[in-house]
Design a protein. Structure first.
Length: 133
């Protein structure tokens, strides 16, 4: 009989404090690291394929306006990023296109001390954030 896997082991490359903080977030979390879904399988953790979206953006087949609006309104509770953070690229091609990167940098702050995953949380100075409700 096939053995059903009931629990994933934490990747030793992941920081236990960052994972604990990640698991404490109840609102939508966007990650650029698909493997993180194996560690935290909650439905609020959503993988976004930035390599594909960046290419589609360049071709004019992806409208990033809804994503940017969610970032500005802090409807995303956190970004969980790999070690490259917002500098992630493939052969010099940035995954975070300039407008996306600017909006994240303007509206989110890197959580101190822990990672990977590296967490960017909504700026506390903003009002009207609904990300963690």
């Amino acid at each position: 009989a096939p053995h059903e896997l009931t629990q994933f082991h934490v990747d030793p490359a992941c920081d236990a404090h960052a994972l604990k903080r990640l698991r404490s977030i109840s609102g939508p979390i966007i990650t650029d690291t698909a493997e993180l879904s194996l560690i935290d399988a909650r439905p609020n953790l959503q993988w976004i394929d930035l390599m594909v979206l960046a290419s589609m953006k360049e071709l004019g087949t992806f409208d990033d306006a809804p994503l940017l609006a969610d970032i500005r309104a802090h409807r995303i509770a956190a970004f969980a990023l790999d070690a490259d953070g917002l500098n992630r690229n493939f052969r010099g091609r940035p995954f975070f296109w300039p407008t996306l990167r600017r909006e994240i940098e303007k509206n989110y702050t890197l959580a101190p001390a822990a990672g990977p995953p590296f967490l960017m949380l909504p700026n506390s100075a903003s009002t009207g954030s609904v990300a963690n409700r």
